[in-house]
Design a protein around this ligand. Structure first.
Ligand code: NAG
Ligand code: NAG
Ligand code: NAG
Length: 367
């Protein structure tokens, strides 16, 4: 739906129904804050528009529903958290024969598992959106953390594990759950947190609060800092774990060409950040004017498709080096759902919250 058409519909609905400010507020549950977003980056050089992911293979088609995040074990098998509550495991007999690929139901978590990362003992640490941080093995599912400082998580989202076994994870919002997470992003208030779970003491501490939709998290190769993504601000930031800046944050990458979701370090100098979508012109305009946000949210209550008009149909995975410089961008125009990019050897795998497969691109000499 084009911007003009949406604008026309907004006017028609407002005028015809005589929707006043108070009526609008009763339909729109948000409490919007004007957000001063930096301008989007120019799409030149490494950020040029492309369709590099169109040539990726689609693996396990129909056997994985909404593979939101990906993790790999020491034997090269890929794990993914699906919309049906299962963690599925994909094994390859060889990299050249897809007929030999096997998809197994590895462990049932229930709910909606999102971020996943391996712990030190073969267990998978899983962020289940509504419950919190889970320790998952084939034998059991154990709840490790469901709240911090007395505030329960509403949207446990991204996770990574340090070499010392400490678990870093995020809660994107303490107000809105996964089904209405778009409202958190539209509202523009910082309700996310970066959290640390220490298995030695079975305690969770808040490292940072008031984050803008805290999403993916990844430790640096030296484990001296971690990078966390703030989806609604189009940026990922560094949080120092060691050294003179310990406990401080600083910029890692700003003005990403889309909303950052999961982030993964590949052991070869590159952080891979998935960008499911971005604001369309309508979306950006809406963010600037709280009144327009109320109108869009009220309309979306009647026609959920309205939110789609605020988004751009282009998903990407961006490769960023340890200095926060973009080195490559792999895009898939036409979809809005790539939420994870994981490099294993010479392959870039991707998954997405609404996808029915896992993509695999042979990087060859592309990076
Ligand atoms: C998860 O559970 C397994 C098996 O009980 C245990 O070995 C491991 O230490 C646990 N991991 C965490 C992070 O609590
Ligand atoms: C860890 O703490 C949680 C509550 O914060 C509790 O439910 C759980 O039983 C504890 N686990 C262990 C292994 O002590
Ligand atoms: C497939 O390729 C990856 C990385 O290129 C390698 O680590 C893995 O062992 C290969 N798997 C098989 C079954 O050959």
């Amino acid at each position: 739906m084009g911007l003009k058409l949406v604008a026309a519909k907004v006017c028609v609905i407002c005028v015809c129904l005589g929707v006043g400010w108070n009526a609008l507020l009763s339909v729109s549950p948000i409490d919007p804050l004007p957000v001063d977003l930096p301008p989007p980056p120019e799409r030149v050089g490494v950020l040029s528009y492309n369709k590099k992911l169109h040539s990726a293979l689609k693996l396990a088609f129909g056997q994985v529903s909404g593979p939101e995040d990906l993790a790999v074990d020491s034997e090269g098998r890929i794990y993914t958290a699906c919309a049906d509550g299962w963690v599925k495991r994909i094994s390859f007999a060889s990299n050249d024969s897809y007929s030999s690929l096997q998809v197994e139901k590895w462990a049932y978590v229930g709910g909606r598992p999102l971020g996943i990362a391996f712990g030190l003992h073969g267990e998978l640490l899983v962020c289940e959106a509504s419950r919190g941080l889970l320790n998952v093995t084939q034998e059991k599912v154990e709840l490790l953390s469901e709240e911090a400082d007395g505030l329960p998580y509403r949207l446990a989202d991204g996770v990574d594990v340090g070499k010392d076994g400490v678990v870093y994870f995020t809660d994107a919002s303490y107000k809105y759950g996964l089904d209405i997470h778009a409202l958190d992003i539209i509202e523009g208030r910082p309700r996310g947190r970066l959290l640390k779970y220490d298995p030695a003491t079975n305690t969770t501490s808040v490292l940072l609060k008031e984050l803008y939709f805290a999403n993916g998290v990844a430790l640096s190769p030296k484990q001296d800092f971690l990078v966390y993504c703030e989806t609604s601000m189009f940026r990922c930031r560094k949080f120092w774990l060691e050294g003179p800046n310990r406990g401080n944050t600083e910029s890692f990458i700003d003005r990403l060409p889309g909303f950052p979701d999961n982030i993964r370090y590949d052991g070869q100098g590159i952080f891979w950040i998935a960008l499911p979508t971005s604001w369309s012109l309508l979306g950006r305009t809406m963010v600037r004017y709280p009144y327009l946000r109320h109108v869009i949210v009220a309309m979306a209550a009647m026609a959920p498709g309205v939110i789609d008009a605020t988004l751009v149909k282009e998903s990407s995975v961006v490769a960023v080096n340890e200095n926060g410089e973009t080195v490559a961008l792999f895009s898939y125009p036409g979809i809005t759902s790539i939420t994870a990019g994981l490099r294993i050897g010479e392959f870039l795998y991707y998954g997405g919250i609404d996808l029915e497969y896992i993509g695999r691109l042979d990087l060859e000499d592309k990076i």
